[in-house]
Design a protein around this ligand. Structure first.
Ligand code: FSX
Ligand code: SF4
Ligand code: F3S
Length: 382
């Protein structure tokens, strides 16, 4: 489809959305931003950066801005399962509000267990109400892994002992789109790490509806807001990788765009935390950086309004957006070396073959280790 056709399809969709009443009676986003001191110019600049994030050309900036303005037409239900709430915090915990957090304020968050005032019976009632009222139209965001073990012990909610798993399945049945926010909801996360006492799994394992994974422990605010904007713009699911992650966010490795990549290529490695190399911003591969095995856009988008990200702060990436990273990426401060590891590289688009996967991955793993060794020896010869 040409950009022109795509733009007119988006505009048709936004026209339809604009005819719907706002779910809640609130200030328009333009007014809300104004009130917080953001100019229209800053908002358009933000829309431009979101277009780039979603891999759209700059000519899409006005429709991205319009999509953000119409985000109050989209009812959103956000459920919490087993997790630390870091995903919500990633978006909301800032001492100065950002445009991302204001957009999140602006969406019609019909139900969010950490943000709402209601509790107990009232909360149960609100969830039921939101599901009924917006049947087939709401976007479901689920944060946290789903315990599937003995439900009488794990994540049992409410006086009737309804499990988190039951809540998640029920809410997924009538959702227009379902996004697993964070690694826990995508793949099980920390509570699914060995020995996984609650038999925790990712959301896609308990519902028969399609789930888009937005992993990261936590994911950046950009990837959360971008996911919602993408759905408002297109109303369809984005192109995905084999782990059901949107390619616009998880299509490249941390290593591909890392600011220390030149150091890696030049064989300049931190050998120990605190050494001269560390002070000079050398590559963190030898102190355990898993950036070469991890698909995410942190090296480009960073966190907290583009302030920083793990590698910039001086620690290697621990692979937090990969499935089972707690078990497979550790020890976090040692290099992977030539250990076998499953990444997108080894998994076919249609079929997942462990055998082929491991074969290819071994090569990829050794390739990286060898590159690092050659680069280091070249450096030592100088
Ligand atoms: Fe925490 Fe979210 Fe990690 Fe999990 O983030 S930051 S444990 S991905 O589900 O709250
Ligand atoms: Fe960056 Fe890590 Fe790759 Fe080094 S190994 S270049 S620190 S991502
Ligand atoms: Fe996670 Fe690595 Fe990004 S640890 S936050 S994927 S840099």
């Amino acid at each position: 489809m040409s950009n022109h056709d795509l733009l007119s399809r988006i505009n048709d969709r936004l026209d339809q959305l604009s005819k719907l009443p706002a779910v809640k009676d609130k200030l328009t986003i333009t007014k809300a931003l104004e009130k917080k001191g953001f100019s229209r110019r800053e908002f358009m600049k933000w829309a431009g950066s979101m277009s780039a994030l979603l891999a759209l050309p700059a000519t899409f900036t006005p429709v991205v801005a319009r999509a953000a303005e119409l985000s109050d037409r989209l009812p959103v239900i956000w459920l919490h399962m087993a997790e630390c709430t870091g995903c919500s915090e990633s978006l909301l915990r800032t001492d100065t509000p950002t445009i991302d957090s204001l957009i999140f304020d602006h969406i019609s968050l019909e139900y969010h267990e950490t943000l709402m005032a209601a509790s107990g019976w009232q909360a149960e009632h609100n969830l039921e109400d939101a599901i009924q009222k917006h049947k087939g139209k709401y976007v479901l965001l689920v944060e946290g892994g789903i315990p599937t073990g003995a439900t009488e012990h794990y994540l049992t909610i409410g006086p009737h002992g309804v499990s988190g798993k039951e809540h998640a399945i029920k809410a997924s049945q009538n959702a227009a789109a379902i996004f697993a926010i964070g690694t826990c909801s995508s793949f099980g996360g920390v509570q699914a790490a060995h020995p996984n006492p609650s038999n925790c799994v990712g959301l896609s394992k308990v519902t028969d509806k399609p789930v888009i994974n937005v992993p990261g422990c936590p994911p950046s605010e950009k990837n959360i807001v971008g996911t919602l904007l993408h759905f408002i713009l297109f109303g369809t699911l984005p192109a995905l990788d084999v782990f059901n992650r949107p390619k616009w966010a998880y299509g490249l490795r941390i290593h591909d765009l890392c600011e220390r990549r030149g150091r890696f290529d030049a064989g300049e490695f931190v050998q120990n935390f605190g050494d001269e190399g560390a002070k000079n911003g050398y590559c963190l591969y030898k102190v355990g950086c898993k950036g070469p095995y991890t698909f995410n856009n942190c090296s480009k988008e960073r966190f907290n309004s583009h302030t920083s990200w793990p590698v910039q702060a001086g620690h290697g990436c621990i692979g937090c957006s990969e499935p089972n990273f707690w078990d497979t990426m550790g020890p976090f401060e040692e290099p992977m070396g030539d250990r076998l590891y499953d990444t997108v590289f080894g998994l076919g688009a249609d079929s997942i073959s462990d055998k082929i996967g491991i074969g290819v991955l071994t090569l990829a793993g050794i390739g990286i280790a060898t590159h690092a060794a050659i680069a280091a020896s070249k450096k030592n010869e100088e």
